[in-house]
Design a protein around this ligand. Structure first.
Ligand code: GRF
Length: 194
């Protein structure tokens, strides 16, 4: 199976996914694509020998469809079977999510359906939650929604701030996403619960 990974920044989740595919694995990364040409993850992917590309979203200003058409051009050239959004920070239109329906995943740093959107860790702290975590889900036209394919939970500890909680969750993201992908590419849709 051919896997394309979309990133916007450091790409730590992309690295975890790529490393998980290095051994005997039914999938391999065929493209790492970013909306930011300066994304550190692009250099890190290239250093692992993975083809990289960038489509800077800024010249497109508000024209999401035109930006997405440029993404589609890069993606279709790589002909992925599965697309993994990994720290990808642009909202995608229904046209794009519809094109890849049933074969696009995302990781979100909360226990969905709680806290879709941004600032998830601060919101969990503000709510006094005892637990936090991350979710891998199939991407639909509704932001941070879609069938849940995996979740990992962490305790919220006394003295936690958004940064310390994010760091604890990120460790679980790096375990969860590869576990979900390994199962997903076999056609198994049972959720991974860590
Ligand atoms: C992570 O918290 C991820 O859940 C969110 O973006 C953050 C950075 O991801 N979507 P990465 O290090 O770029 O993979």
């Amino acid at each position: 199976k051919r896997v394309a990974i979309l990133i916007s920044g450091g790409g730590s989740n992309m690295i975890a996914l790529a490393r998980s595919m290095e051994g005997a694995h039914p999938a391999r990364p065929v493209l790492v694509l970013s909306n930011d040409p300066s994304a550190k993850g692009l250099e890190r992917a290239a250093a692992m020998g993975i083809p990289v590309a960038a489509v800077d979203h800024r010249p497109f200003k508000g024209d999401r469809a035109a930006f997405e058409a440029a993404l589609v051009q890069q993606l279709d050239a790589a002909a992925p079977d599965v697309i993994c959004l990994a720290g990808f920070m642009r909202i995608l239109t229904a046209g794009f999510t519809g094109r890849y329906a049933g074969r696009m995943l995302n990781i979100h740093p909360s226990l969905l359906p709680k806290y879709p959107g941004l600032h998830t860790h601060q919101r969990a702290l503000d709510a006094g939650d005892a637990e936090a975590g991350c979710t891998v889900h199939e991407v639909t036209s509704v932001l941070d929604d879609g069938p849940i394919l995996g979740q990992a939970r962490v305790p919220v500890l006394p003295g936690d701030d958004a940064g310390s909680l994010a760091a604890r969750v990120l460790v679980q993201e790096h375990a969860l996403y590869p576990a979900v992908l390994a199962r997903y590419v076999t056609g198994d849709r049972r959720p991974v619960l860590l």
